[in-house]
Design a protein around this ligand. Sequence first.
Ligand SMILES: Nc1nc2c(ncn2[C@@H]2O[C@H](COP(=O)(O)OP(=O)(O)OP(=O)(O)O)[C@@H](O)[C@H]2O)c(=O)[nH]1
Length: 393
Amino acid sequence: MVNGPPSYAATSASGPSAQRPPLNGHRTSSVDAIARTKILLLGLRRAGKTSIQQVLFNNLGPKQTFYLETTMRIVKHNFDTVIPLEIWDCPGNTTVETIGAPLSQFATMIFVIDIRDLYNQPISRLVEFIVAAYQANPNMSLEVFVHKAEKLQEDDKIENFRQIHERVADRLLDISPEYEQVQLNFHLTSVYDHSLHEAFSKVLHKLVDSLPYLEDLLNVFCANSQSPKAFLFDTTSRLYIATDASPVDSATFNLCCDYLQMLNSFGTLYKSATANARRPLPATPPPSSSSTYSLSPVPTRTSDPSTPTTGTPSPPITNSGHELFYPSASTSLHPSTPGTTLTYHLITPQLALLALLPTSIYEGRRGLIEFNVVFFREGVQEICQVEKESRAG
Ligand SMILES: Nc1nc2c(ncn2[C@@H]2O[C@H](COP(=O)(O)OP(=O)(O)OP(=O)(O)O)[C@@H](O)[C@H]2O)c(=O)[nH]1
């Protein structure tokens, strides 16, 4: 049974603005004067740092990374999602001394190690950075991406991963027993599958102060829509910003990633003059992000529940003719009864709700699903607004 519209009164009234924890590791960038959360991307030469940044945030195809040039100096990349990020892509020879900024400025340090690199050098460099980062800011998230994982067979992959983990822990312990308590997070990643997206999503979760509120909204949406799983995705990077309380299984996550990729790739094919005509556009477009989608205003109700959309996306909203996004779309995953439908609803210009729904609910109770989406959207937009206000100036 699908319930009525959820009430977000508690979340809104006492929520993000009232109880927000202080922002950690945020500093105002001199360029756009908003507090960007800084992420340090480190690792030896050819480890895959630039590939990671480009695949996630610049829509570069995994095979295209082959042609990336060596990074010679630190490059700062801005990316706007639910929080504004500043990612520092460092050259392979960067050391604690040459980084040119206090480590306390960074909210997260990601160190990339090639999974086949079991030698001393990357581990020594990693340990050096961990010690310096821990001393500068014990609350900094320390993440290790054991990268290019797809290159090895399953057994070797696990074994190398374990060895890298063990060697880092041993080296830290050799320096001082104090470092036993350092919280290190290891992830197996590759640009050739969605492991990179899943790992980076987990990194992002630690940086989003409003995560509990977003999760609450997703839990309410799932409960009221009989959805077994729902994600709030960043549409461009395909990182999930939050999910409901049920466990994330990689197969579902991959499916959502693939679906988003398909919508992103085929977007231009669905360019529709009628969509333009239906929705008034602002006289001056809002400031754009590095997202490939435009920052158009999101209507409070994006699709007409009476129009079936199963299997095909709704016409996209376009802004200035070349950038566009879909207000909603859906696809049937298991055509046989009872069946599951994967739905997509744009929530803000950067964020989309992807939810699994029983097909019978999706087809029989569309009005209520759409109604729940409207309430979810209002909650998320309010949270985003609070995030934005807290960082402005
Ligand atoms: N097999 C595989 N190759 C990868 C992966 N990620 C990156 N590469 C390759 O690794 C090589 C180096 O990638 P880069 O992104 O330039 O590495 P980097 O760490 O930025 O290197 P520097 O700029 O020299 O510091 C390229 O040929 C990429 O195609 C991966 O997940 N799997």
